[in-house]
Design a binder for this molecule. Structure first.
Ligand code: ATP
Ligand code: LTN
Length: 327
């Protein structure tokens, strides 16, 4: 079975962007792949996090993995900080990656822009992400479009290590959805929907109440036309809403165009809101059940145990090849 690994940062409330771009594929791939899905808490602290908030958000994201349909009997679900091999291989990767490579990362540029002080971990972030993936010899990495550049560095580091020290790593491929790889903000279609955007109206959180979702969608920016047509270059706002609709109502873009031919934005937005509410309601119910059942701790402990077996084995091989003396 091919291996799959991915992670999501507990840096805020998960959005529909996280769900459509990444989590939906986690759920799909678990049936015929050996899967590892983690909450990347070590990555979240590359920007300042309040300890109590980090703690709460980490548990929330883990519970949302399960609520979205990840089955712990099929996939290992764990926290990155529970498998110490991540931090260790992360350091080794930091020594392999070049400054020039890190300087080109758009995520670093975006997140450091205008900040007075920026932690060094935000800069070396891709080395830890490469470690995450390479520890499991993952073949596929389900992510949104914004992570392509980090996957490219990971692939380069895998090649570099194999060439310098001997064959060790599988070179992973990104697994990116065809529709919805980059869900845009509801208030500005030039920016990606992001859980750390301070304007709550810019995104739909997976745990938003139905009426909040309806309000956000009714206020979502559109153009001054009335045609429901998928044309990201000329109609980015409407095209974005269509991608969301396509995922939540399980309709193709062509089916949506046909359904709303000549109807204008009003009925489309109303139906879209109900489709999103309908898609999120069962997830929200499962989320509440999981949080109140107290089963999360056990699932995360078991997930970390399963992950550690593979991760420690890889780390041992890496250290031996690099010349470290065995304990
Ligand atoms: P932050 O704002 O803290 O950077 P984020 O919302 O961008 O967070 P991440 O934790 O960085 O989320 O990403 C988790 C996964 O969700 C990644 O695979 C990422 O590509 C995907 N993702 C995030 N935002 C979107 C989006 N707007 N559209 C599609 N996929 C997305
Ligand atoms: N950088 C990713 C989160 C992440 C990740 C990973 C994704 C950390 N490690 C390993 C896939 C595989 C992001 O979403 N910003």
């Amino acid at each position: 079975m091919k291996r799959v690994l991915s992670g999501i940062q507990p840096s805020g409330n998960l959005t529909l962007g996280n769900y459509i771009g990444a989590m939906k594929n986690f759920v799909k791939l678990q049936h015929d792949h050996q899967c590892y899905f983690m909450v990347v808490d070590l990555h979240a602290i590359t920007v300042p996090q309040e300890p109590a908030a980090l703690h709460e958000q980490t548990e929330t994201v883990a519970a949302l993995f399960l609520a979205a349909g990840i089955d712990p009997a099929k996939a290992s679900v764990f926290l990155q900080s529970h498998v110490s091999a991540h931090a260790e291989l992360g350091w080794l990767m930091t020594t392999l990656v070049y400054m020039g490579e890190l300087e080109r990362m758009t995520q670093f540029k975006d997140k450091s822009e205008g900040k007075e002080s920026v932690g060094a971990g935000l800069f070396t972030y891709p080395a830890l992400m490469a470690a995450d993936i390479l520890l499991y010899n993952a073949d596929l990495v389900p992510v949104g479009d914004d992570q392509k550049q980090h996957l490219e560095i990971t692939r380069d580091l895998a090649h570099r290590f194999n060439k310098r020290f001997g064959e060790q790593f599988i070179v992973p491929e990104p697994y990116i959805p065809q529709v919805g790889a980059r869900i845009m903000s509801l208030d500005d279609a030039s920016k990606k929907m992001s859980k750390s955007n301070p304007n709550p109206g810019s995104s739909i959180a997976l745990l938003d109440e139905p009426d909040v979702i309806r309000k956000k969608i009714s206020r979502a920016v559109t153009d001054s036309g009335r045609e429901i047509k998928y044309d990201p270059a000329n109609k980015p706002e409407v095209s974005n809403l269509m991608s969301i609709y396509s995922h939540c109502a399980d309709l193709s873009i062509a089916e949506i165009e046909a359904k709303y031919d000549g109807l204008g934005y009003g009925p489309f937005k109303k139906d879209l809101a109900e489709a999103v509410v309908g898609a999120l309601e069962p997830l929200q119910q499962r989320y509440r059940d999981i949080r109140s059942s107290g089963e999360l701790r056990t699932i995360l402990r078991q997930g970390a145990e399963q992950a550690s077996v593979i991760a420690n084995e890889t780390l041992r091989g890496v250290k031996e090849k690099m010349g470290f003396v065995k304990p």
